[in-house]
Ligand binder design. Structure first.
Ligand code: ASP
Length: 339
């Protein structure tokens, strides 16, 4: 009898403790675009699911150990930067001239500090360089050779540009260049013409301190020219985090995301119009971007751990661990595989 009472009391104490645990959650994406079942072999699909799972679990493990949302975002993104499956770091797409120019950004929700790099060619982990800009410089955004020099001076690992090479992206460059020239679109990047598969990576996280963070890393768009910079390194367009609203990382046709200030617009609708993240995300993706034929998607997280992942392309590589610890990995439209 005494033991039973003790057991019940212990259960009560444990459940009370569990309830007082602050929520933690993490969401990632690995790019949006013309990603359909017909476009992926079973083997490729399995590879994507495995890597997305590895990334989201690695980031979540940081949060579980009491790490910050900033650290979790970096960890999750670095898993994808190191994988040739995604258009970030190793496996990044090629510019028109056959090089890689990488963009990345990160933002913290509690103090709205942010860092970004654009067009780096030799920094192995662009997201680490963005974090360095945020934490170790008085600036928000560095570009090109200067950004690489800053990363090197601060001890980040540097690499040759061809270390980011993959045959798959080289083949994509040839195809896109042919298409662009054939369609007299050489000065345009038009997804209608060139059937883009965006492969940018991003993460948003909520840590046990109640702080949000967001980060994005990319090689940009295949065959980009003249130092073109997309939305991913632009705070407010491709990345945004504010504890008073939400955290967002975007992927898609960058020019549309820049012009519509997509990431910050979603959070502004939450902050000033009182929308849920789901409503705000749907409005911006489906009512602002879609009518303009701006293709792509976003991942969104708020301080309660609510998650939204709207997109208007055929698919978006995505995964999450919610506040109950449930892992979800999905690729195509209307799909939520849980295990
Ligand atoms: N948003 C990226 C850019 O325009 C591309 C992507 O998401 O894959 O550079």
């Amino acid at each position: 009898m005494k033991h039973t009472l003790l057991f019940i009391l212990t259960l009560f104490a444990l459940s009370a403790f569990a309830k007082s645990e602050p929520p933690i959650a993490l969401v990632i994406h690995g790019g949006a675009g013309t990603i359909t079942k017909a476009n992926l072999s079973d083997e490729q699909e399995a590879q994507y699911r495995a890597k997305l799972t590895e990334s989201v679990k690695a980031g979540y493990a940081v949060l579980e150990k009491g790490g910050t949302s900033e650290e979790a975002v970096i960890t999750a993104i670095q898993v994808m930067e190191a994988s040739p499956l995604f258009n970030a770091g190793y496996g990044a797409v090629y510019t028109w001239d056959g090089e890689h120019e990488l963009d990345a950004s990160i933002m913290r929700g509690q103090d709205k500090q942010a860092g970004a790099v654009a067009g780096v060619k030799h920094t192995k982990s662009p997201i680490a360089a963005a974090q360095l800009v945020m934490n170790e410089s008085v600036h928000v955004m560095l570009s090109g050779a200067g950004a690489d020099a800053f990363a090197q001076a601060n001890g980040l690992e540097m690499t040759t540009n061809d270390a980011f090479d993959t045959q798959r992206r080289k083949d994509a460059l040839e195809k896109v260049k042919l298409n662009l020239m054939k369609n007299d679109h050489a000065m345009n990047i038009d997804p209608e013409v060139v059937d883009y598969k965006f492969g940018t990576v991003g993460a948003v996280a909520l840590d046990k301190f109640g702080n949000l963070a967001a980060g994005t890393s990319t090689g940009g768009m295949t065959a980009k020219r003249w130092g073109r910079i997309g939305d991913s390194p632009i705070i407010g367009a491709g990345t945004w985090a504010d504890n008073e609203s939400c955290a967002v990382s975007a992927t898609g046709h960058g020019e549309y995301f820049i012009r519509n200030h997509v990431a910050a617009d979603i959070c502004s609708r939450v902050k000033y119009a009182g929308l849920t993240i789901e409503q705000a995300g749907d409005e911006v993706i489906h009512k602002v971007l879609s009518p303009e034929a701006g293709s792509g998607g976003v991942i969104i997280l708020d301080r309660k751990g609510n998650i939204a992942m709207p997109f208007n392309s055929e698919g978006m590589y995505r995964a999450s661990v919610d506040t109950t610890g449930k892992v979800t990995v999905a690729i195509y439209g209307d799909e939520g595989e849980t295990f």
